[in-house]
Ligand binder design. Structure first.
Ligand code: AMP
Ligand code: FE
Ligand code: FE
Ligand code: ZN
Length: 285
């Protein structure tokens, strides 16, 4: 069984339509793929209808969250959520708030870049997103198209980085609240790329223990942004704390170089995830 539990379509900041993403998953020989767009379930219905026979689709989402350390500014953390009830009112309200927050933040980010002289345009960026969930990758593509940077990756390395003078933070969900919401909706919360130091500051073990107290059920271990040491540390923590572990590509179409299926989840861990998720069922058959 080849299982990839973290991918993004053009409904958020990937470049493939949900149908194209599922075709790519089948083409890569996957048996199971999770669709985990940022802060939305809008791709679920199209994915259900476009699913190639023989491919199981796990409906999911990646929720934008923050951890609040006592002694430093908040740390951005991502929470994968699987098999939750998409109608659960409190979780629905929170992801709606996050998408609105992304629009306010994106507009301010672009205003900062424009006043520094960069040829970016917020209306053009929103139009190019096709009404989907807007994120920094959309701003990055506008910078590439304007000839400011050579690639999305180069935009992230410079102007869009959290150290950039133009950077604007978002008011993301307190991760403990996010975990509680996902559990309340019958879902399985998994801490995404939790030790990916290449993305910025990461939380310590005590924060992960606090997340477990809040109801966290798993850690994403095998992820393209994790080093071998980071994976080993997370695997040890998962064993100590009784958490399930996942592996995934975090595929974003042509916005990133990682191919779908680049990292995979162990079938026994996938079974544990299926057993824990009660808010909805995978799309299968
Ligand atoms: P945002 O959610 O708007 O803060 O943007 C963060 C998103 O940008 C992450 O979810 C990643 O999908 C994406 N991202 C981060 N680094 C890169 C990169 N180097 N190239 C392309 N996309 C990236
Ligand atoms: Fe993303
Ligand atoms: Fe993420
Ligand atoms: Zn992701």
């Amino acid at each position: 069984m080849r299982i990839d539990l973290h991918t993004h379509s053009a409904v958020s900041d990937g470049t493939d339509s949900p149908a194209a993403l599922l075709a790519a998953a089948a083409g890569a020989g996957l048996d199971v793929v999770a669709l985990t767009d940022h802060d939305t379930t809008d791709g679920w219905e199209t994915a259900r209808l476009a699913r190639p026979a023989g491919l199981t689709v796990v409906p999911g989402m990646e929720l934008s969250c923050r951890w609040f350390p006592a002694d430093q500014p908040p740390i951005s953390v991502h929470l994968l959520a699987y098999l939750f009830d998409p109608e659960h009112p409190a979780l629905l309200a929170e992801r709606t708030r996050l998408r609105e927050e992304r629009l306010t933040r994106g507009e301010q980010f672009v205003a900062n870049l424009a006043s520094a002289g960069y040829p970016v345009d917020w209306q053009r960026i929103v139009a190019a997103s096709g009404g989907g969930v807007v994120g920094r990758p959309h701003i990055a593509r506008d910078l590439v198209q304007g000839g400011v940077v050579e690639s999305v990756d180069a935009a992230f390395a410079t102007l869009l980085n959290h150290r950039s003078p133009h950077y604007v933070a978002k008011a993301d969900t307190d991760v403990r609240d996010g975990i509680a919401l996902v559990r309340a909706a019958g879902g399985v919360p998994v801490f995404a790329h939790g030790l990916a130091t290449k993305r910025g500051r990461v939380v310590g073990d005590a924060a992960i223990e606090a997340m477990v107290d809040a109801g966290l059920l798993g850690l994403e271990v095998d992820h393209p942004d994790h080093t071998e040491e980071e994976r080993a540390h997370l695997r040890g923590l998962a064993a100590d704390l009784g958490l399930l572990t996942t592996g995934s590509s975090d595929y974003h179409g042509s916005n990133k170089v990682t191919p779908i299926g680049a990292c995979l989840t162990d079938p026994a861990q996938y079974e544990a995830l299926l057993a824990a998720g009660t808010g909805c069922a995978p799309f299968a058959g």
